[in-house]
Design a protein around this ligand. Structure first.
Ligand SMILES: [Fe+2]
Length: 353
């Protein structure tokens, strides 16, 4: 029997959203037959090619197609609210604890808890009410030029405000959610006054006005523009597999320090997925989340995204493993969202563009 796999066509109002569909028409006819019309729609605010590879692996295994609908978290949550019970979204996938809390608060999600998820994802990486489940974590660390900085010179985020780093620091814009969540965590841990001082101190020590994303900070160290960057670790992993030979060599010249190990711990944020409130393909969506958090799914995901897996049984890529283990900050992920507005205000006043 010839089987035609049907890809749902999802039109979305937001600009800049694109649609990537996966299906499997070859050797999974029986499965594909049952999958026709069972396509899972994932609303994703993530921007990593590794996710598409993970969904493709799920489709290959189950015959269930996955559509990724991309947009900003605000666009996607807005669309889910607007469509209500008619929404085609089965899952909402995003980075940042504050963003996940926002989706929960906007009531576009429903709780999801299964025995498999319970055993695969430690409780600390799940919403206390099960409205979202962590998929990966990401550490915001200090990356330095091995030939110009000694590892022992670096200790805490706070110590980077010392005059010895004047003209030597690199970091992306304060408009970045990554920096806003970092500052939000400092407001939570140390209070507004200290957080404001920190932002001013960093702004005063920059090697250049912020430009580019995290990976550009790493490349700027290699180019000698600055000596130390505040950035997420996984961009080094992504550089290491770049098709550009110079980029692929960049991580060899860079060291990683997990700051605040003797104090409040290294800032960690989370990527998570939540079951849409009106998920039309709930059973399939649950299967996908269970796969994404399984040892196999997690090993595959982090082999390309270079984030940290939430499933402790997953295998780490060599580069990540080489950086060792570290102590994480203890700040509730909902706090990152709650303090975001204040973090923005402090940044505005700090001179950190
Ligand atoms: Fe990122």
């Amino acid at each position: 029997m010839r089987v035609i796999a049907i890809l749902l066509s999802v039109s979305i109002l937001c600009s800049g959203c694109d649609l990537i569909g996966f299906n499997n028409e070859s050797s999974y006819d029986a499965k594909a037959a049952s999958a026709a019309g069972e396509t899972i729609t994932v609303y994703s605010a993530r921007h990593y090619e590794a996710d598409s590879a993970l969904f493709a692996a799920f489709t290959k295994m189950t015959g269930i197609p996955v559509n990724e609908v991309k947009g900003t978290a605000e666009e996607l949550v807005g669309k889910m609210k607007q469509d209500g019970p008619n929404s085609s979204a089965d899952l909402f996938f995003a980075v940042d604890g504050g963003v996940l809390s926002y989706a929960k608060r906007e009531q576009v999600l429903q709780p999801l808890r299964t025995a498999a998820i319970d055993s695969q994802v430690p409780k600390k990486w799940r919403d206390p009410d099960e409205y979202w489940i962590g998929v990966t974590t990401r550490a915001r660390v200090l990356v330095y030029a091995k030939d110009r900085v000694k590892r022992e010179e670096l200790s805490t985020y706070e110590a980077l405000t010392d005059p010895k780093w004047k003209g030597r620091l690199l970091v992306r814009s304060s408009a970045s959610l990554y920096n806003q969540s970092l500052l939000a965590s400092f407001i939570s841990l140390n209070g507004s006054k200290q957080a404001a001082q920190w932002a001013r101190g960093i702004a005063g020590n920059l090697a250049r006005q912020p430009e580019g994303g995290d990976r550009e900070q790493a490349l700027a160290i290699v180019d000698g523009i600055g000596d130390v960057a505040i950035m997420n670790t996984y961009y080094l992993g992504q550089l290491s597999i770049s098709a550009d030979p110079d980029e692929a060599k960049a991580p060899d010249k860079l060291g990683v320090v997990f700051p605040n190990q003797a104090t409040t711990g290294t800032h960690v944020n989370i990527s998570g997925i939540g079951l849409a409130r009106y998920a039309p393909r709930k059973d399939n969506a649950v299967k996908l989340v269970e796969f994404m958090t399984s040892k196999e799914g997690q090993t595959l995901l982090v082999s390309r995204s270079f984030e940290y897996p939430v499933n402790e049984e997953a295998k780490l890529p060599e580069l990540i493993a080489s950086w060792g283990t570290f102590k994480s900050q203890l700040v509730a992920f909902s706090e990152l969202g709650d303090r975001q507005r204040e973090a923005n205000e402090l940044f505005q006043a700090s001179g950190w563009q």
